[in-house]
Design a protein around this ligand. Structure first.
Ligand SMILES: [Zn+2]
Length: 278
């Protein structure tokens, strides 16, 4: 990194700033990273990657007005973009977050029992209509100390939904979670990972973090077996990784146990999204 600091001092260039900003983010030095990306914007105001990076940093820090300012600037140069949000926890330690989307389902209880037997906490991005079907499972998830988060009400593709529909999908699921006893921050992950600038605008207004992932198990693809899922996850994790799984497949139940055992053996510990981001 000092090489890049030197390079910037002698010949300020956008890509030097980007490498330095990226490195600082990996080291969890978010304030310094933000300053560097702002300098990059000064040099190259039309490079949308700098705005994307700043949006993630400000969202990680819950700095909503700063994030809104950079989203506005971003939209002046790029109106069609789908890759916002928090992709990793950028932790210094060997910690990772297991996240399960689309539940609760008939497999959720089995996953909860495996997590319990290894004393692992995870985060569940639940779908509103499934909460209505299995409220007891949501209560059990909460009682066992896991984090509950919002994955819309009807599991719709939000990149093509109106702002009004997006808002009602999110608010409805939040209401169900509150009714079932969730008192902490409720984060959001869009179905299929599909987003739009409208979705991000709304989330910033609601002061809600958009949580993506940096490691997908790809359990939703039929060709991926329990074994290939496990290998994908184990070979891609880094400090602070957010791992995408779905508690609606029997192979994911079995894979969960192997992932936990393998990563524990490699010195990783497991946190909720809330723990990994704070
Ligand atoms: Zn989903």
């Amino acid at each position: 990194m000092p090489v890049y600091q030197f390079a910037i001092t002698h010949k300020p260039k956008n890509n030097f700033y980007q490498v330095l900003g990226y490195s600082l983010k990996q080291l969890c030095r978010l304030d310094e990273a933000a300053t560097i990306y702002q300098k990059a914007i000064h040099i190259k105001p039309d490079n949308f990657r700098n705005y994307e990076a700043l949006l993630e940093i400000y969202m990680l820090q819950n700095k909503w007005s700063e994030a809104s300012v950079y989203l506005r600037k971003f939209l002046q140069i790029n109106t069609d973009y789908q890759n916002f949000g928090i992709k990793r926890g950028y932790a210094k330690e060997k910690v990772i977050a297991l996240t399960y989307d689309d539940g609760p389902t008939i497999y959720t209880k089995q996953i909860l029992d495996i997590l319990e037997s290894y004393q692992v906490k995870a985060t569940f991005f639940v779908v509103g209509k499934n909460i209505e079907k299995y409220p007891e499972l949501v209560k059990l998830t909460l009682a066992r100390g896991h984090e509950l988060a919002n994955h819309s009400y009807n599991h719709i593709n939000m990149s093509v939904a109106s702002p009004e529909l997006i808002k009602s999908e999110i608010e409805k699921t939040d209401r169900f979670l509150r009714q079932l006893g969730v008192t902490s921050t409720i984060r959001f992950r869009p179905p299929y990972g599909q987003q739009s600038p409208e979705l991000l605008k709304l989330l910033l207004q609601m002061q809600k973090q958009l949580i993506m992932w940096d490691v997908s198990s790809r359990d939703y693809l039929q060709k991926h077996t329990q074994e290939s899922m496990v290998n994908r996850v184990i070979n891609h994790v880094r400090n602070g990784s957010i791992i995408l799984l779905h508690d609606r497949f029997s192979k994911t139940v079995k894979a969960t146990e192997i992932i936990i055992k393998s990563l524990k053996a490699r010195g990783y510990s497991f946190k909720t999204i809330d723990e990994i981001l704070t």
